[in-house]
Design a protein around this ligand. Structure first.
Ligand code: HEC
Ligand code: HEC
Length: 424
């Protein structure tokens, strides 16, 4: 192909040269020698340009693109899946180098005998229903590990059938985060673990001392903690044990991680396209890899405004602006999107059932893109938070675009750890 271009370029160049030099030599009345020199100079110019063009066209399909196209599964399904849709001018150019996969888990985390004992105690506490005022609710009631670490409900039901205002987030992979709860009010898993015990609608204990009392009446806990700590049993030890257990609840590498680590077959064409769109639409700036949240690393704030753009009927429909998050300031901790396909329903109030709709909401209210939905007219955000009109051109997502992003999000799921209730 490249050779053909050079050949055509050369022919065209030589023809133009012939025209110009015969024209010029006529007007300038040049001798044969001068004509040959003039022709040679112009000829070298043309050859130089064609060589440059050839080299550029040879190098342009960048190495990263080449890597993706070597995935025969990806390329084939591009043809079958998407032959009927407008490919938005994306050629699946994924700069794989710029994406990060999960760091290799720290083996030493579970290495010492001490930590292993602490984890065992934490596991027993996590499933212990005696730690609630009704004797029927444990951490595992709302964080069902086998179901994705949450409870699949809009808002959780705690003691006596009482309901809170917020959806239960997953406990899986919480070891990667440095802020907890939707509004990020806890700075560590240890601090977080004390919250639900005394939350009136969750486990409903009168005080943390009551929790210590319950634990210190069980000989298994008492002897277990005694081998680990010299001081009397206290709430911090209990929290440390629960947190140590939670840190083991990681889901490991997902298809996304395998792709980033070099497996060309790990993602389908639709997932790759979704990955590209996830970046292009700007999801990645808040849901930053490898944790798919800015709350995973320490170089930036874990909080972001939600919603960035007002004026979408989707916000009202799902009552997403009543609760204003952190200090009622409209700011939330960015949730991780790892295993997000397993943790419906979505958002702080669990009001959105499908991942597809969650993506449509995010693209419009966080990025100001237009989303076209089959069933209704396009949703376009027209005003920013201050009510000023915003103008965005050609930033719209069709149905297939959203599907592709959803498929990419599904590829962020890893293997859920197999944990059995130690009380059964
Ligand atoms: C009645 C249901 C319920 C019970 C019981 C419960 N939780 Fe939760 N959990 C929730 C809800 C709801 C949230 C979110 C609350 C918020 O953000 O305001 C949450 C948040 C969390 C988070 C934060 C996750 C994140 O990404 O921010 C962790 C970790 C957690 N719970 C662990 C526990 C532990 C440990 C226990 C037992 C001591 C427990 N939960 C008991 C419902 C429950
Ligand atoms: C400006 C930051 C920001 C951007 C950009 C952003 N998000 Fe979010 N995302 C958030 C915040 C904050 C929340 C939590 C909102 C809430 O429930 O209060 C969230 C929630 C979500 C959820 C629900 C998670 C759950 O567990 O319920 C999904 C899914 C999601 N985002 C996907 C996306 C996608 C896809 C994009 C790109 C189209 C995107 N986000 C762009 C900040 C952002």
């Amino acid at each position: 192909m490249t050779l053909l271009y050079i050949f055509i370029a050369l022919l065209a160049g030589l023809f133009a040269l012939f025209l110009v030099s015969s024209e010029l030599s006529g007007t300038l009345k040049l001798s044969l020698k001068s004509r040959i020199i003039l022709g040679a100079m112009m000829g070298f110019g043309v050859i130089g340009v064609s060589i440059k063009a050839a080299v550029i066209s040879y190098l342009t399909p960048s190495e990263t693109l080449a890597m993706v196209s070597t995935s025969s599964r990806a390329v084939n399904s591009v043809r079958t899946d998407h032959s009927h849709i407008e490919p938005r001018g994306l050629s699946y150019r994924i700069d794989r180098e710029s994406w990060r996969s999960l760091p290799v888990p720290k083996e030493e985390l579970q290495d010492t005998d001490r930590i292993r004992k602490l984890i065992k105690l934490g596991e027993r506490l996590f499933f212990d229903t005696r730690l609630s005022s009704s004797g029927s609710v444990s951490c595992a009631s709302c964080h069902v590990i086998g179901l994705g670490g949450d409870d699949g409900k809009e808002v959780s039901t705690g003691i006596d059938g009482l309901k809170g205002d917020r959806n239960a987030p997953t406990v899986l992979n919480s070891s990667y985060l440095r802020r907890f709860f939707w509004d990020g009010r806890a700075a560590s898993l240890e601090e977080q673990a004390k919250g639900p015990l005394v939350n009136p609608v969750e486990m409903g204990l009168r005080s943390l001392d009551q929790a210590v009392g319950i634990v210190s009446r069980d000989p298994v806990y008492v002897s277990g903690f005694k081998t680990l700590y010299s001081e009397d049993l206290n709430i911090d030890q209990i929290a440390k044990a629960i947190a140590a257990f939670e840190r083991t609840l990681t889901t490991g590498l997902s298809p996304y991680d395998r792709f980033v680590n070099g497996d060309n077959q790990a993602l389908s064409a639709s997932e790759l396209r979704g990955m590209q769109l996830f970046d292009e639409v700007g999801c990645r700036s808040c849901h930053e890899d490898p944790w798919f949240t800015v709350a995973g690393s320490s170089h930036t704030s874990p909080y972001r405004v939600f919603p960035v753009y007002q004026g979408s009927d989707l916000l009202e429909r799902h009552d997403l602006t009543r609760d204003r998050g952190r200090n009622q300031s409209g700011v939330w901790r960015v949730p991780s999107l790892r295993n997000v396909a397993e943790t419906a329903p979505y958002f702080h109030n669990g009001s959105v059932q499908s991942l597809k709709e969650a993506v449509q909401i995010m693209a419009t209210v966080q990025r100001g893109w237009t989303v076209t939905r089959e069933e209704e007219a396009p949703i376009r955000i027209t005003r920013d938070q201050q009510g000023r009109p915003i103008l965005k051109k050609d930033q719209s997502l069709g149905n297939q675009d959203v599907e592709d992003i959803v498929n990419f999000l599904k590829a962020l799921s890893g293997d859920i750890p197999m944990i059995t209730n130690p009380w059964r």
